[in-house]
Ligand binder design. Structure first.
Ligand SMILES: [Zn+2]
Length: 293
């Protein structure tokens, strides 16, 4: 076996083990029933094992990592997941945070495997953090033909409508980060979307300028939004033919699978970054399912 010391990066050399790294017994990992060898590094005088440099180091319920993700992307709340798996709710939170740390990168890597998209749709999905007075906007881009999620960006926005004045009074003015987020998303999407693609969205007055800037050669179509259907999470529209159906269907799926995005739920987002992680986690699962059919 060839490996290095995780501390000083000394290469192991079996022919001169007494000068590099030698074995130092083994131990049994109770949580998943594995026997692991320990080693001793002569140059830095430290011991280590195969688990030392593992990202899973210190996890005692590593066998539940995938199940927790499956539950949380299947519409189960964090507390309900803890009850189902008979573990502490803080363990669920830790596992959730551990999984979302790499989810957005993984989503990018996944999308790199496909040829450039020639027809895409994008729009905003609205939710909130902590209270309806602090809305969040999720700009999402999907491929038209497959409904594959290409990317998304979460941004804060000020409250609108009847609640706006109250929100300003209670929480002060809230900056609008939607434009920045859209630009960030579009610049990232240049890696996945063909420059001459057909791009579709609803008719928001701010969209055309940004599309023109990042996709100057693309064909851009806007459509008028319809009223929400009774079923369909308010995302599926009461139209005979919804031109941005792929996007609205994906938004409805987010609303059906991520508890904090349910219409009428006790669960709310407390932190925007974790909402982003949660969506990335779901997007990965969503895209994998689409690929396997
Ligand atoms: Zn060492």
């Amino acid at each position: 076996m060839k490996f290095k010391c995780p501390y000083c990066h000394t290469q192991r050399n079996p022919s001169s083990a007494s000068r590099t790294i030698r074995k130092l017994g083994s131990y049994y990992r109770k949580s998943d029933g594995q026997h692991l060898s320990r080693f001793w590094c002569f140059s830095c005088r430290k011991s280590f094992s195969a688990a030392t440099s593992s990202p899973l180091k210190g996890q005692k319920k590593r066998h539940l990592n995938k199940t927790v993700c499956d539950l949380l992307t299947g519409g189960v709340s964090q507390r309900e997941a803890a009850r189902i798996l008979k573990i502490n709710h803080k363990t669920v939170v830790r596992k959730f945070r551990f999984s979302i740390a790499t989810a957005k990168e993984e989503l990018k890597e996944w999308n790199k495997k496909f040829p450039l998209c020639t027809e895409v749709e994008f729009d905003d999905l609205e939710t909130f953090e902590h209270t309806k007075c602090k809305p969040l906007s999720v700009t999402l881009m999907v491929e038209y033909s497959t409904r594959r999620i290409l990317g998304f960006e979460v941004a804060q926005m000020p409250a609108k409508g009847r609640i706006a004045a109250f929100a300003r009074k209670k929480y002060g003015p809230r900056a609008d980060h939607r434009s920045q987020a859209r630009k960030k998303l579009f610049s990232e999407m240049q890696n996945f979307v063909s420059p001459i693609a057909l791009i579709r969205s609803d008719s928001n007055p701010y969209y055309p300028k940004d599309v023109k800037r990042y996709f100057p050669k693309a064909r851009y179509e806007t459509i008028l939004g319809g009223r929400g259907a009774i079923v369909g999470q308010g995302e599926l529209k009461k139209l005979k033919w919804d031109p941005i159906f792929s996007l609205n269907h994906t938004c409805a799926m987010l609303r059906a699978h991520i508890n904090r995005l349910f219409r009428k739920t006790w669960c709310t987002t407390k932190r925007a970054d974790q909402l982003a992680g949660h969506i990335a986690l779901y997007a990965l699962l969503h895209n994998r399912r689409l690929a396997t059919g």
